[in-house]
Design a protein around this ligand. Structure first.
Ligand SMILES: Cc1ncc(C[n+]2csc(CCOP(=O)(O)OP(=O)(O)O)c2C)c(N)n1
Ligand SMILES: [Mg+2]
Length: 377
């Protein structure tokens, strides 16, 4: 066995190398400071209300709340043993999927990672189809054979749900190539976590997208952790938006806790995609409030850090802005909450009552030319 000659870079060393540290772990919570920061974000958000009518603003709120309540129910169902396999929740990141997908059309494409229940709902899949898929039922969007990481619905342009970290990035690039080749004005949104940026596929895709002028919008949801590993321990250049420069891809940082900031940035990218057929890289800074998956002990970050980001909860922030701007009152917020809870409960009931897939389904949707099951008897 060869002797190890060079010590791996120390964690402190990695942190010193970056000029703009993303990770900030205060020893304890400074409530006043947190409240000040939240108010600043809220003020910035209110400047972004122009251009959206009351109905559109309320719908953004409703969608984020639907995802939140859907995910809370998923967690309950998982603990009750109704959901098998892995299950990665999106709680805390709702503003990213909702803001971004609100900026595109129904016939545009969306690709996402395994943390994709929210993107599927925002793209127009029903809560019933997503919940039934989680429960492994025949009425699920993938006939109960995919589960949490494999939501898919061609009819609404939601092209997955991908379990391989970064696997969706070249696929989305291919979809954007198809749109360019066919001369449509469709754009493709590709969501992925910051850990996927270290995959070669990210770099290959950005290079091709700029070179071949592909209308692909790469949305890096930087929640600062890849499983239990902080970005600071895994990436030398942590300002992910800067990486676009290497391929001359236009890029920007976006506040992922502000649904309107995300929407505005994606609208700019969509215009670039449709008018100039060019890609964009967005680094959207966000945070997941739950563990990486349902089986995460979470001992790699502090409670203070989680509380800091919960203070910027995108849903609470937006409801406070809506109230201050008198777009809604408390009664209207309560009605929306009831409506959303009802929709999620209906989805759970539907999933509970749906049948499991038949054993014969093992042979369908596997190959383009299906196997004849009788050959194996
Ligand atoms: C190619 C590959 N390597 C490793 C894994 C195991 N894995 C699953 S999730 C994950 C972390 C990804 O983190 P990130 O891209 O930041 O997304 P997040 O979970 O934070 O949304 C890893 C390493 C995998 N699924 N695929
Ligand atoms: Mg991450």
């Amino acid at each position: 066995m060869s002797k190890q000659t060079a010590a791996p870079p120390s964690r402190a060393g990695a942190e010193e190398q970056s000029s703009t540290s993303v990770i900030d772990t205060p020893a304890e919570v400074d409530r006043k400071q947190l409240a000040r920061e939240r108010d600043e974000i809220k003020e910035r958000q209110k400047d972004r209300f122009a251009g959206l009518n009351q109905e559109q603003l309320i719908d953004l709120y409703r969608q984020m709340l639907l995802i939140r309540r859907f995910e809370e129910k998923s967690a309950e169902a998982y603990v009750a043993g109704k959901i098998g396999g892995f299950c990665h929740l999106y709680i805390g990141q709702e503003a990213v999927a909702v803001g971004a997908i609100s900026a595109i059309n129904k016939d545009d494409y969306v690709f996402a990672s395994y943390r994709e229940h929210g993107h599927a709902l925002a793209k127009g899949m029903s809560a019933r189809a997503v919940m039934a898929e989680l429960f492994g039922k025949a009425t699920g969007c993938s006939k109960g054979k995919g589960g949490s990481m494999h939501m898919f619905d061609k009819d609404v342009g939601f092209l997955g749900g991908h379990a391989i970290v970064g696997g969706q990035i070249p696929l989305a690039t291919g979809a954007a190539f198809a749109s360019m080749y066919q001369g449509t004005d469709q754009v493709t949104l590709c969501f992925f976590g910051e850990a996927a940026v270290n995959q070669g596929a990210f770099h290959e895709s950005l290079n091709m997208a700029q070179l071949w002028k592909l209308p692909c919008i790469y949305i890096c949801e930087n929640n600062q952790y890849g499983m239990g590993t902080s970005l600071a321990r895994a990436m030398s250049l942590r300002d992910i938006a800067q990486k676009g420069c290497a391929y001359e891809v236009a890029s920007e940082f976006v506040d992922g806790m502000d649904v309107l900031a995300v929407r505005e940035a994606v609208l700019r990218a969509v215009e670039r995609g449709r008018k100039q057929s060019l890609p964009t890289l967005l680094e959207v800074r966000t945070y997941r409030f739950m563990g990486h998956s349902m089986s995460d002990p979470g001992n790699y970050r502090t409670r203070a850090e989680i509380e800091k980001y919960q203070e910027r909860d995108p849903i609470k922030l937006f409801s406070a802005s809506l109230l201050e701007r008198k777009i809604v009152d408390e009664k209207r917020l309560e009605e929306i909450d009831q409506q959303v809870r009802h929709e999620v409960e209906d989805a759970v009931r539907f999933a509970d009552e749906s049948p499991l897939p038949e054993p014969e389904e093992l042979y369908t949707d596997v190959y383009a030319n299906p196997i004849d099951p009788s050959r194996n008897r």
